[in-house]
Every structure is written in C-alpha cells, then in structure tokens.
Write a new protein. Structure first.
Length: 441
C-alpha cells in the first residue's frame, strides 16, 4: 500500500489523467497552466484575484507575452478553468504553488502568501496528492513551513502524500528558452516524493534534474539569482569607475567577451528590477542569520545595485548642468518603466525609483512605455500614478532631457537622439549613434 500511492500518482501522471491544480496565476503560474494543457492535462487554476479569474475564463490574457489565442484554445478544448474556490483543491491530483514571495520593508521574507496557500491545501489535502512548491524561497521552507501543516492531518509524507520543491526559472520574453525547454530541478522530502515530482515535470519539460532534498533545490534557485545580482553589481561599480577614467565600460565588456573561456558578460544598468534578482538574495541573507552567518557578497551587491538610480539621477544633473540648466523644473522624459526590455512588467523597476527621485528634486517628469500605458499605487510608491505620454517629434523636443531606462526594441533611437536636447542612456541603446547629446549613465 505504501508504494501503492506512488505507483498510483505516477500512473495517473503518465496516462495524463492526473488533474493539475496551479495556485497563483501570474508570470510563473500561467505559462505552466498552458504547458500542461498543451500536453492534454486538465488544469484548474486558483487565484485570489477575482478579476484575473474572470478574465482567464473569458480567454483574456493580462500578460503581454502570453497570447490570448493560447488561452482561448485551452478553453475551447475544455482543458482549463480558473477559480477562486479552494474547495476544488481536493479534486486535484497534483498541486503546484506559484504565489508571490516578496520582502517586507525591513528586507525580511514575506512568506504570508505561501503560508496562506499551504493552510488552504492542508485543509483540503487527501491521500495520494502531490504538492510542489515553485515560489522562490530560503532553504528549509518546504520542510519547515509546508510539511508540518500537511502532517497535522496525520498523513505521512512519501506514503500518503508527496511534497517537493521545484524552482521556477521563467525568463519572460526570452524567445529561445520557455517553460518547455528550460531544465527543471526537483527535490523531494523523500525519494518517493522526488520520483513523483520528476514524473510530473517530465511530461512538460525536456530535462528534469533530481537533487537530494528540497533544501538543495531551494538553494539552487537562490545561487542562480545571487550569481546574477553579484555580477551585475560588479559591472555597475566598474561602470562608475570607468566613467571617471573616461573609458567606455560597454566597449570593455565587449572586448572581454572575446575570451572564449572563463568570462561571462554581465551588463550595467540603472539598477535591478523585477520580482527576482532584487529580492531573492535577501531570503538567503535572512536565513543565514539563523546560522550566525553574514552573507557579505549579497549585502554588498544589494548596496551597489540599489545605489544605481542615484547615480543615474546625478548623471542627469551633470548633463543638464553642462547645458546651463538645473534639475528643478527641468522637463525630463523617462523612456521605459518596464524593468526589462520588451516586457510589460514594472515590478521593482528602477525606472519608478528614478522618477520618484527626480520628482523629489523638483523635476517635471513624464514617461513613455509602449507596454505600460499607466501605473499607479505600486507597493513602494503609493502616491505615484502616471500615464504614458505619446512620443512625437514635437513632444520630444519639449523635454530638456530624455532618459533611456528600458531599451525596448521598438524605440527608434536615431529619431529619439535627433529630436532630443539631451539623452541620458543607461543601457547603451544609442551605441550606434554618434552625437554629443548622449551621456552614458
Ligand atoms: N516572474 C518571474 O519571472 C519569476 C521567475 C522565477 C521565479 N519566480 C517566483 O515565482 C513566484 C511567483 O512569481 P510571479 O512572478 O508569477 O508572481 P505574480 O505576482 O505574477 O503572480 C502571483 C499570483 O498569485 C496570486 N496569489 C497571491 N496569493 C494567492 C493565494 N493565497 N492563493 C492563490 N493565488 C494567490 C496573485 O493574485 C497573482 O496572480 C515568486 O516566488 C517568484 O519569486 C518568478
């Protein structure tokens, strides 16, 4: 009987009769839903946001890179339904958790979404179910936060139910790598849990890598993001030095990249953005304290990266100063508030911090972003509410300075430089244009 439940869940997965529940229908959850449906699984999506649920059930996408046709297709085939009703959880064979894991103001992990979700799952848990946590978090979360809630029912892990951690590696907007071909790491509480998790993900992903425990899988994801954060901080710091030395850091990186081994290019920018890199490393710093350990690289990288918006503002001030203008009352146009090129995601975007700093100093700021028509009430800037302005030759000419924060592909940089008085470029987007109006930042 003990092994019987593993055989049963693996059998259902392989036959694709397993009913999949995905909790949290955002940037991570929604692509997963689609991928499972593409492989003919029936999927129920759970979200607390009623508006999202209604939209999805009408086949409407609220994420730019997820085409509505995909949603309409899985709806037409009756493979997917979204709901806010957690009682449906007991019908699921496999439950995948993709809820947010933000930081609190003091940079401590906010696990409230994971806690609430696991409480709901525990309330509806039945024998034979497989639960996978995908939200990025510190090593120990699956075992210390989820497992006790599920065991409270008197069920035994690896026998009555299965529990794994499998980090998400979504890269929104990446045309080469998508949910189906990004290798996936899985670590279960017991070997049977790992086995069940491996079978689940093998149905939708080309390569699944199993590791010894959920802790290894949790740490793996953090290492990947800390690696990026530290290396981005390194080039951000060197950019400031190179600038003082009159050297173009972008040319240096490009030259270093010709080395066929032992070098990997990272690029400077206006600061970190998005849901992962600015946040996840601090999950490990927090946990490290329990082991009386200070994660110095993480702290230093965080300090450098969060200082970049100030650096950009100082470069804007320098540029205006050279033209005999001060920042107060200057008209500044921000180009791009998405944290990443060609996406519609402005979470933790350095663009918002730069707008806020410029406004504090009395500048008159507008923004344009082809993917973000408006924003308001963001977590860190509750008073900030703006609408994207239209870009025309006439409108561009009214600004004292245009600042390239996001290098969206659809911007015509030659046209922007030609019609602007001053361009501060944080992404080397205007690299092919020769003009003394451009300042790199
Ligand atoms: N966005 C990425 O590229 C990315 C990549 C890798 C890992 N991650 C990680 O994946 C997790 C989810 O990130 P995301 O970008 O998809 O977030 P998101 O904000 O886009 O989506 C999360 C969804 O969860 C819903 N939600 C919140 N609480 C809920 C609850 N109790 N029950 C049901 N639904 C609930 C929200 O309404 C939202 O729709 C985070 O831990 C993040 O760090 C994100």
């Amino acid at each position: 009987m003990k092994e019987g439940r593993t055989v049963e869940i693996v059998g259902k997965i392989k036959e694709r009769t397993a009913h999949i529940g995905v909790i949290g229908l955002g940037y991570v959850g929604l692509p997963l839903v689609i991928r499972f449906c593409e492989e003919t699984f029936r999927v129920t999506g759970f979200d607390i946001d009623d508006r999202k649920v209604k939209k999805l059930n009408k086949g409407v996408s609220y994420i730019k890179h997820i085409p509505p046709e995909k949603l309409r297709e899985i709806k037409r085939k009756k493979l997917f339904r979204a709901t806010t009703d957690y009682s449906q959880l007991k019908k699921m064979d496999c439950i995948i958790i993709c809820v947010p894991t933000p930081l609190r103001k003091n940079k401590e992990p906010d696990l409230s979404y994971v806690e609430n979700t696991s409480r709901e799952i525990a309330g509806h848990l039945r024998k034979g179910q497989l639960v996978s946590l995908e939200s990025t978090t510190y090593p120990g979360t699956t075992r210390e936060v989820l497992l006790p809630k599920f065991e409270k029912k008197g069920y035994r892990v690896g026998e009555d139910f299965f529990l794994v951690f499998s980090p998400e590696r979504e890269d929104p907007g990446n045309r080469r790598y998508h949910t189906g071909n990004i290798p996936k790491v899985v670590g279960g509480i017991t070997p049977r849990c790992t086995e069940a998790g491996k079978h689940l993900y093998e149905q939708i992903i080309t390569k699944v890598i199993t590791v010894a425990s959920p802790e290894v899988a949790e740490f793996t994801k953090l290492l990947e993001n800390i690696f990026r954060s530290v290396n981005i901080a390194l080039v951000n710091e060197l950019k400031i030095l190179a600038d003082r030395m009159g050297i173009d850091i972008w040319e240096v990186i490009s030259a270093s990249s010709t080395k066929p081994f032992g070098f990997m290019p990272f690029y400077p920018g206006p600061g970190l953005g998005g849901h992962c890199i600015p946040i996840d490393p601090f999950y490990l710093s927090w946990k490290a304290k329990e082991f009386d350990f200070n994660t110095r690289f993480i702290e230093l990288a965080g300090e450098i990266n969060t200082g970049m918006p100030d650096y950009v503002v100082n470069r804007i001030i320098d540029g205006l100063n050279k033209k005999g203008k001060c920042l107060k009352n200057a008209k500044v146009l921000i180009l791009g508030v998405a944290y990443k090129k060609d996406t519609d995601d402005s979470r933790e975007s350095p663009g918002l911090e730069i707008i806020s700093l410029l406004k504090d100093k009395g500048a008159r700021v507008d923004y344009n972003d082809p993917f973000i028509p408006s924003f308001s009430g963001m977590r860190h800037y509750p008073g900030l509410s703006m609408e994207s302005v239209r870009l025309t030759t006439v409108s561009l000419r009214k600004y004292d300075c245009a600042v390239i924060i996001t290098d969206h592909s659809q911007y015509d940089y030659t046209w922007i430089v030609r019609n602007s008085k001053l361009v501060v470029d944080t992404r080397n987007a205007a690299r092919n244009i020769k003009s003394n109006k451009i300042i790199k930042a």
